[in-house]
Design a protein around this ligand. Structure first.
Ligand code: AFP
Length: 337
Protein backbone atom coordinates (compact mmCIF):
# COMPACT_ATOMS: atom_id res chain seq x y z
CA UNK A 1 0.00 0.00 0.00
CA UNK A 2 1.47 3.41 -0.96
CA UNK A 3 2.57 5.53 2.00
CA UNK A 4 0.44 8.55 2.84
CA UNK A 5 2.69 11.56 3.37
CA UNK A 6 1.60 14.63 5.34
CA UNK A 7 1.23 16.53 2.05
CA UNK A 8 -1.10 13.89 0.59
CA UNK A 9 -3.11 13.73 3.83
CA UNK A 10 -3.58 17.50 3.83
CA UNK A 11 -4.60 17.60 0.15
CA UNK A 12 -7.14 14.84 0.83
CA UNK A 13 -8.44 16.84 3.82
CA UNK A 14 -8.99 19.81 1.49
CA UNK A 15 -10.76 17.63 -1.08
CA UNK A 16 -12.88 15.66 1.43
CA UNK A 17 -13.40 18.16 4.26
CA UNK A 18 -12.78 21.56 2.68
CA UNK A 19 -9.63 22.33 4.68
CA UNK A 20 -8.61 25.78 3.39
CA UNK A 21 -5.49 25.80 1.19
CA UNK A 22 -3.90 28.48 3.41
CA UNK A 23 -4.29 26.26 6.49
CA UNK A 24 -2.85 23.33 4.57
CA UNK A 25 0.12 25.50 3.57
CA UNK A 26 0.57 26.66 7.19
CA UNK A 27 0.72 23.08 8.50
CA UNK A 28 3.21 22.10 5.78
CA UNK A 29 5.45 25.08 6.64
CA UNK A 30 5.34 24.29 10.38
CA UNK A 31 6.16 20.64 9.62
CA UNK A 32 9.16 21.71 7.51
CA UNK A 33 10.34 23.95 10.37
CA UNK A 34 10.02 21.01 12.78
CA UNK A 35 12.22 18.95 10.46
CA UNK A 36 14.86 21.70 10.67
CA UNK A 37 14.53 21.83 14.48
CA UNK A 38 14.83 18.03 14.66
CA UNK A 39 18.04 18.27 12.65
CA UNK A 40 19.47 21.01 14.91
CA UNK A 41 18.51 19.12 18.10
CA UNK A 42 20.07 15.88 16.87
CA UNK A 43 23.48 17.53 16.35
CA UNK A 44 23.85 18.11 20.11
CA UNK A 45 27.38 18.90 21.18
CA UNK A 46 28.61 18.46 17.60
CA UNK A 47 26.58 21.48 16.55
CA UNK A 48 27.61 23.73 19.41
CA UNK A 49 23.91 24.04 20.29
CA UNK A 50 23.92 22.76 23.86
CA UNK A 51 23.90 24.87 27.00
CA UNK A 52 22.43 28.27 27.81
CA UNK A 53 22.05 31.19 25.43
CA UNK A 54 22.95 33.69 28.17
CA UNK A 55 19.51 35.34 27.92
CA UNK A 56 16.20 35.01 29.83
CA UNK A 57 12.73 34.69 28.32
CA UNK A 58 9.64 36.64 29.34
CA UNK A 59 9.02 34.04 32.04
CA UNK A 60 12.40 34.96 33.56
CA UNK A 61 13.76 31.52 32.66
CA UNK A 62 17.27 31.04 31.27
CA UNK A 63 16.99 30.30 27.54
CA UNK A 64 18.87 27.38 26.05
CA UNK A 65 20.66 28.00 22.75
CA UNK A 66 18.22 25.59 21.11
CA UNK A 67 15.23 27.54 22.50
CA UNK A 68 16.44 30.60 20.59
CA UNK A 69 17.44 28.62 17.48
CA UNK A 70 14.09 26.81 17.35
CA UNK A 71 12.18 30.07 17.79
CA UNK A 72 14.08 31.68 14.92
CA UNK A 73 13.52 28.67 12.65
CA UNK A 74 9.75 28.92 13.17
CA UNK A 75 9.65 32.70 12.65
CA UNK A 76 11.75 32.61 9.46
CA UNK A 77 9.82 29.67 8.01
CA UNK A 78 6.42 31.29 8.56
CA UNK A 79 6.79 35.05 8.13
CA UNK A 80 6.97 35.25 4.29
CA UNK A 81 4.21 32.84 3.19
CA UNK A 82 1.17 35.15 3.29
CA UNK A 83 -0.89 32.73 5.44
CA UNK A 84 -0.39 34.49 8.80
CA UNK A 85 -1.47 37.80 10.33
CA UNK A 86 0.94 37.43 13.28
CA UNK A 87 2.76 34.96 15.52
CA UNK A 88 3.29 34.56 19.27
CA UNK A 89 5.90 32.46 21.03
CA UNK A 90 6.54 31.36 24.58
CA UNK A 91 10.07 32.67 24.03
CA UNK A 92 9.04 36.22 22.99
CA UNK A 93 7.63 38.98 25.20
CA UNK A 94 4.91 40.07 22.81
CA UNK A 95 3.21 39.47 19.45
CA UNK A 96 5.47 39.07 16.40
CA UNK A 97 3.92 41.07 13.53
CA UNK A 98 4.43 39.90 9.95
CA UNK A 99 7.06 42.27 8.43
CA UNK A 100 5.52 44.87 6.14
CA UNK A 101 7.33 43.52 3.04
CA UNK A 102 5.34 40.28 3.26
CA UNK A 103 1.60 39.65 2.59
CA UNK A 104 -0.65 38.77 5.53
CA UNK A 105 -3.17 35.96 5.94
CA UNK A 106 -6.12 34.81 8.00
CA UNK A 107 -4.37 32.78 10.69
CA UNK A 108 -2.34 33.41 13.83
CA UNK A 109 0.31 30.89 14.91
CA UNK A 110 1.35 30.34 18.52
CA UNK A 111 4.13 28.02 19.60
CA UNK A 112 6.41 26.75 22.30
CA UNK A 113 9.42 26.28 20.01
CA UNK A 114 11.21 23.81 22.24
CA UNK A 115 9.24 22.33 25.10
CA UNK A 116 11.20 20.43 27.74
CA UNK A 117 14.42 22.26 26.99
CA UNK A 118 15.86 21.27 30.36
CA UNK A 119 16.11 17.80 28.77
CA UNK A 120 18.40 18.98 25.94
CA UNK A 121 21.71 18.67 27.75
CA UNK A 122 20.85 15.16 29.00
CA UNK A 123 19.70 13.95 25.54
CA UNK A 124 16.12 13.57 26.79
CA UNK A 125 13.01 13.96 24.63
CA UNK A 126 11.98 17.51 23.69
CA UNK A 127 9.41 18.87 21.27
CA UNK A 128 7.67 21.76 19.52
CA UNK A 129 4.03 22.56 20.36
CA UNK A 130 1.87 24.74 18.08
CA UNK A 131 -1.63 26.17 18.00
CA UNK A 132 -3.53 27.91 15.17
CA UNK A 133 -6.18 30.60 15.71
CA UNK A 134 -8.12 32.70 13.20
CA UNK A 135 -7.29 36.38 13.03
CA UNK A 136 -10.44 38.34 13.99
CA UNK A 137 -12.26 39.69 10.92
CA UNK A 138 -11.20 43.18 9.90
CA UNK A 139 -8.02 43.11 11.98
CA UNK A 140 -4.89 43.65 9.86
CA UNK A 141 -2.38 44.18 12.67
CA UNK A 142 -3.45 41.79 15.46
CA UNK A 143 -2.25 42.71 18.95
CA UNK A 144 -2.13 40.71 22.17
CA UNK A 145 -5.88 41.14 22.76
CA UNK A 146 -6.66 39.45 19.41
CA UNK A 147 -4.78 36.33 20.57
CA UNK A 148 -6.79 36.03 23.80
CA UNK A 149 -9.26 33.50 22.40
CA UNK A 150 -10.39 30.44 24.42
CA UNK A 151 -8.82 27.15 23.31
CA UNK A 152 -12.14 25.96 21.88
CA UNK A 153 -11.62 28.42 18.97
CA UNK A 154 -8.43 26.72 17.75
CA UNK A 155 -8.62 25.56 14.11
CA UNK A 156 -5.59 23.26 14.39
CA UNK A 157 -3.02 22.13 16.94
CA UNK A 158 -0.10 19.75 16.99
CA UNK A 159 3.30 18.90 18.30
CA UNK A 160 6.51 17.42 17.01
CA UNK A 161 8.36 15.14 19.42
CA UNK A 162 12.11 14.80 18.95
CA UNK A 163 12.79 11.40 20.51
CA UNK A 164 14.13 8.14 19.05
CA UNK A 165 11.78 8.99 16.19
CA UNK A 166 10.63 12.45 15.15
CA UNK A 167 6.83 12.26 15.18
CA UNK A 168 4.32 14.98 14.28
CA UNK A 169 0.88 14.66 15.89
CA UNK A 170 -1.85 16.82 14.36
CA UNK A 171 -5.52 17.65 14.77
CA UNK A 172 -7.59 19.79 12.41
CA UNK A 173 -10.67 19.23 14.57
CA UNK A 174 -11.69 15.80 13.27
CA UNK A 175 -9.51 13.32 15.16
CA UNK A 176 -5.76 13.04 15.73
CA UNK A 177 -3.24 11.70 13.20
CA UNK A 178 0.45 10.86 13.71
CA UNK A 179 3.22 11.18 11.12
CA UNK A 180 6.74 9.75 11.50
CA UNK A 181 9.63 11.55 9.81
CA UNK A 182 11.21 9.37 7.12
CA UNK A 183 14.69 10.89 7.06
CA UNK A 184 15.57 9.18 3.77
CA UNK A 185 12.51 10.63 2.02
CA UNK A 186 12.57 13.84 4.07
CA UNK A 187 8.80 13.48 4.48
CA UNK A 188 6.42 12.94 7.39
CA UNK A 189 4.57 9.66 6.70
CA UNK A 190 1.19 8.74 8.23
CA UNK A 191 1.86 6.04 10.85
CA UNK A 192 -0.86 6.64 13.47
CA UNK A 193 -4.20 6.80 11.70
CA UNK A 194 -6.77 7.12 14.46
CA UNK A 195 -5.45 7.91 17.91
CA UNK A 196 -7.79 7.05 20.80
CA UNK A 197 -6.96 7.46 24.50
CA UNK A 198 -8.34 4.59 26.65
CA UNK A 199 -10.93 5.93 29.12
CA UNK A 200 -9.32 3.94 31.96
CA UNK A 201 -5.63 3.77 32.80
CA UNK A 202 -3.09 2.44 35.28
CA UNK A 203 -0.38 5.03 34.67
CA UNK A 204 0.05 8.57 36.02
CA UNK A 205 2.54 11.36 35.47
CA UNK A 206 3.29 14.07 38.03
CA UNK A 207 6.43 15.58 39.59
CA UNK A 208 5.95 14.10 43.06
CA UNK A 209 8.85 16.12 44.50
CA UNK A 210 6.27 18.94 44.81
CA UNK A 211 3.79 16.84 46.84
CA UNK A 212 4.00 18.91 50.04
CA UNK A 213 3.04 22.03 48.04
CA UNK A 214 -0.11 20.61 46.41
CA UNK A 215 -3.74 21.39 47.27
CA UNK A 216 -5.57 18.73 49.33
CA UNK A 217 -7.55 17.22 46.40
CA UNK A 218 -4.30 16.47 44.54
CA UNK A 219 -2.67 15.01 47.65
CA UNK A 220 -5.78 12.84 48.19
CA UNK A 221 -5.79 11.58 44.60
CA UNK A 222 -2.05 10.82 44.42
CA UNK A 223 -2.21 9.01 47.77
CA UNK A 224 -4.96 6.83 46.28
CA UNK A 225 -2.85 6.16 43.19
CA UNK A 226 0.10 5.16 45.41
CA UNK A 227 -2.16 2.95 47.57
CA UNK A 228 -2.97 0.97 44.45
CA UNK A 229 -5.05 -2.18 44.96
CA UNK A 230 -4.89 -1.70 48.75
CA UNK A 231 -6.78 1.59 48.41
CA UNK A 232 -10.12 2.92 47.02
CA UNK A 233 -9.00 2.72 43.38
CA UNK A 234 -8.60 -1.04 43.71
CA UNK A 235 -5.76 -1.41 41.18
CA UNK A 236 -2.02 -0.78 41.04
CA UNK A 237 -0.64 2.17 39.07
CA UNK A 238 2.69 2.81 37.38
CA UNK A 239 4.36 6.25 37.34
CA UNK A 240 6.25 8.07 34.59
CA UNK A 241 7.64 11.66 34.44
CA UNK A 242 9.52 12.76 31.29
CA UNK A 243 9.80 16.44 32.37
CA UNK A 244 8.80 17.38 28.82
CA UNK A 245 5.06 17.76 28.32
CA UNK A 246 5.28 16.52 24.73
CA UNK A 247 6.79 13.24 25.96
CA UNK A 248 4.18 12.62 28.63
CA UNK A 249 1.30 13.60 26.33
CA UNK A 250 2.66 11.39 23.55
CA UNK A 251 2.80 8.42 25.91
CA UNK A 252 -0.80 9.11 26.96
CA UNK A 253 -1.94 9.29 23.31
CA UNK A 254 -0.11 6.02 22.70
CA UNK A 255 -1.27 3.97 25.72
CA UNK A 256 -3.42 6.11 28.03
CA UNK A 257 -2.64 7.72 31.39
CA UNK A 258 -3.13 10.96 33.25
CA UNK A 259 -0.70 13.90 33.23
CA UNK A 260 -0.83 16.43 36.04
CA UNK A 261 0.91 19.74 36.67
CA UNK A 262 -1.18 21.25 39.49
CA UNK A 263 -1.04 24.63 41.18
CA UNK A 264 1.38 24.52 44.05
CA UNK A 265 2.24 26.74 46.99
CA UNK A 266 5.78 27.45 45.80
CA UNK A 267 4.43 30.31 43.64
CA UNK A 268 0.90 30.77 45.03
CA UNK A 269 0.14 33.75 42.76
CA UNK A 270 0.59 31.58 39.64
CA UNK A 271 -2.27 29.21 38.71
CA UNK A 272 0.34 26.64 37.60
CA UNK A 273 3.65 26.27 35.76
CA UNK A 274 2.40 25.43 32.25
CA UNK A 275 1.34 28.10 29.76
CA UNK A 276 -2.27 28.21 28.66
CA UNK A 277 -1.77 29.51 25.10
CA UNK A 278 1.35 27.58 24.06
CA UNK A 279 1.11 24.28 25.96
CA UNK A 280 -2.23 23.61 27.67
CA UNK A 281 -4.61 24.74 24.90
CA UNK A 282 -2.98 22.88 21.98
CA UNK A 283 -2.42 19.74 24.05
CA UNK A 284 -5.97 19.85 25.45
CA UNK A 285 -7.39 20.17 21.91
CA UNK A 286 -5.38 17.13 20.81
CA UNK A 287 -6.28 15.09 23.91
CA UNK A 288 -10.01 15.83 23.57
CA UNK A 289 -9.91 15.00 19.85
CA UNK A 290 -8.44 11.62 20.87
CA UNK A 291 -11.31 10.95 23.30
CA UNK A 292 -9.58 12.17 26.47
CA UNK A 293 -10.32 15.09 28.79
CA UNK A 294 -8.41 18.16 30.04
CA UNK A 295 -9.24 20.45 32.96
CA UNK A 296 -7.48 22.87 35.29
CA UNK A 297 -8.96 20.87 38.19
CA UNK A 298 -12.17 22.84 38.14
CA UNK A 299 -13.11 23.62 34.51
CA UNK A 300 -12.45 22.44 30.95
CA UNK A 301 -9.18 24.05 29.81
CA UNK A 302 -10.52 24.81 26.33
CA UNK A 303 -13.29 26.95 27.88
CA UNK A 304 -10.90 29.22 29.81
CA UNK A 305 -11.04 32.85 28.62
CA UNK A 306 -7.37 33.94 28.53
CA UNK A 307 -6.50 37.26 30.20
CA UNK A 308 -2.86 37.51 29.09
CA UNK A 309 -0.62 36.04 26.42
CA UNK A 310 1.73 34.26 28.84
CA UNK A 311 -0.93 33.17 31.31
CA UNK A 312 -0.23 29.96 33.21
CA UNK A 313 -2.70 27.23 34.16
CA UNK A 314 -2.93 24.03 36.20
CA UNK A 315 -3.25 20.98 33.93
CA UNK A 316 -4.91 17.58 34.43
CA UNK A 317 -5.28 15.74 31.12
CA UNK A 318 -5.55 12.24 29.64
CA UNK A 319 -7.83 9.26 30.25
CA UNK A 320 -11.32 10.62 30.79
CA UNK A 321 -12.26 8.59 33.90
CA UNK A 322 -9.16 9.73 35.83
CA UNK A 323 -9.44 13.40 34.80
CA UNK A 324 -13.10 13.35 35.88
CA UNK A 325 -12.11 11.87 39.24
CA UNK A 326 -9.43 14.45 40.13
CA UNK A 327 -11.73 17.24 38.91
CA UNK A 328 -14.53 15.89 41.11
CA UNK A 329 -12.17 15.88 44.11
CA UNK A 330 -11.41 19.59 43.54
CA UNK A 331 -15.09 20.51 43.22
CA UNK A 332 -16.02 18.46 46.33
CA UNK A 333 -13.27 20.23 48.30
CA UNK A 334 -14.45 23.65 47.08
CA UNK A 335 -18.07 22.83 48.01
CA UNK A 336 -16.98 21.73 51.49
CA UNK A 337 -15.28 25.07 52.24
P1 AFP B 1 11.26 23.41 30.42
O1 AFP B 1 10.91 23.75 29.00
O2 AFP B 1 11.74 24.58 31.21
O3 AFP B 1 12.14 22.20 30.52
O4 AFP B 1 9.88 23.03 31.14
C1 AFP B 1 9.15 21.95 30.58
C2 AFP B 1 7.75 22.04 31.14
O5 AFP B 1 7.19 23.29 30.82
C3 AFP B 1 6.87 20.92 30.62
O6 AFP B 1 7.18 20.53 29.33
C4 AFP B 1 7.12 19.80 31.62
O7 AFP B 1 6.02 18.92 31.73
C5 AFP B 1 7.34 20.57 32.91
O8 AFP B 1 7.80 21.88 32.54
C6 AFP B 1 8.39 19.93 33.79
O9 AFP B 1 8.45 20.71 34.97
P2 AFP B 1 9.40 20.24 36.18
O10 AFP B 1 10.81 20.43 35.67
O11 AFP B 1 9.04 21.18 37.30
O12 AFP B 1 9.08 18.80 36.48
Amino acid sequence: MSRVTLSRYLIEQTRDHGTPADLRFLIEVVARACKAISHAVSKGALGGVLGNAGTDNVQGEAQKKLDVISNEILLEANEWGGHLAAMASEEMDTVYPIPGRFPKGAYMLLFDPLDGSSNIDINGSVGTIFSVLRCPDGVSEPGEADFLQPGVTQVAAGYAMYGPQTILMLTLGSGVKGFTLDRELGSFVLTHDDIRIPEQTQEFAINTSNARHWEAPVQRYVEELLAGQTGPLGKNYNMRWIAAMVGDVHRILTRGGIFMYPWDAREPNKPGKLRLMYEANPMSFIVEQAGGAATNGRQRILDIQPSSLHERVAVFLGSKAEVERITRYHLEADAAR
